[in-house]
Design a protein around this ligand. Structure first.
Ligand code: FES
Ligand code: FES
Length: 274
């Protein structure tokens, strides 16, 4: 950083300060006569208005674009920088950044039954629950808002990130995509109810390997990993990637997540896993 930038706020350089001091020393008349140098982001003088600009334009030339305010320009370039940084950081295996046209079409959910609220009856973390809800209410909202279990996280709400993952009849599912009427008589387990020996081993492995940064994706990851290990106690790297394809860690801490899976797996760690 140069000395100018250290000492003066943005837009006020040392030469400009010096000019202002000289104008002040010469009195108000001299200051009024000294032409103000043009500065970026300030308004154009009155004589250089639209009419003057039109006079300078060649015949048939397109009308000039309206000026972009300095604030908008800065915000636009910051957004562009952020987008390119995300493109660089995003791991190849994540298809979350793929263009919508490349995604497989989502399976159309069956229409909710006609009529008013229904009595939703299901098992949640081993307990029988019964509550009256709108049939199209999302399971995620029922769990978090109606039943107060906030370990299941809300993020994308379109089935892309896996933060809302729960087990429904033993299968990992995105609770943001399930409607209440689809969970009638289901057996649902959330992160709060995941307490068996395998789940505890997975949680410990995430802690020991630092398998999270912000931790927002972690409950969903633990649900998916526990489910995967129940079916396949010693998964390969490819199998792990496939099982976690629906769980996105925005911090891109996949190295430690894979090490946590490796530590939690029952058999010898797969040589390709890390
Ligand atoms: S919040 Fe459900 S998949 Fe992202
Ligand atoms: S640890 Fe923050 S999104 Fe995964």
């Amino acid at each position: 950083m140069s000395d100018d930038k250290k000492r003066y706020p943005i837009g006020e350089s040392e030469p400009e300060r010096r000019r202002q001091a000289e104008r002040a020393a010469s009195g108000p008349q001299a200051a009024a006569q000294t032409p103000e140098p043009a500065r970026r982001g300030t308004e154009a003088p009155a004589e250089a208005g639209p009419e003057a600009a039109a006079m300078r334009m060649p015949a048939g030339a397109p009308a000039p674009e309206p000026p972009v305010a300095a604030g908008e320009e800065g915000a636009a370039s910051a957004l562009a920088e952020l987008a390119s940084a995300q493109a660089v950081l995003a791991p190849e295996r994540l298809d979350a950044d793929a263009a919508p046209a490349e995604l497989a079409p989502a399976e159309a959910a069956p229409a909710p039954p006609a009529g008013g609220p229904l009595w939703l009856r299901f098992r949640l973390n081993g307990q029988r629950r019964e509550l009256r809800v709108d049939p199209s209410r999302r399971l995620l909202a029922v769990i978090r808002e109606d039943l107060g279990l906030t370990g299941t996280k809300r993020s994308c709400e379109i089935g892309r990130c896996g933060a809302c993952m729960v087990l429904v009849d033993g299968e990992p599912m995105n609770s943001c995509l399930l409607s209440a009427y689809q969970c009638q008589e289901a057996d649902i387990v959330t992160i709060e109810g995941l307490r068996d020996e395998r789940a505890e081993r997975v949680k410990s492995a995430f802690l020991e390997e630092g398998g999270f940064q912000c931790g927002y994706c972690t409950p969903g990851m633990v649900v998916s990993v526990t489910s995967m290990l129940a079916a396949n106690p010693c998964p390969s790297r490819a199998e792990t990637e496939e099982a976690l394809a629906g769980n996105i860690c925005r911090c891109t801490g996949y190295g430690s997540i894979f090490r946590a899976v490796c530590r939690a797996s029952a058999g010898e760690p797969d040589a390709n896993l890390i």
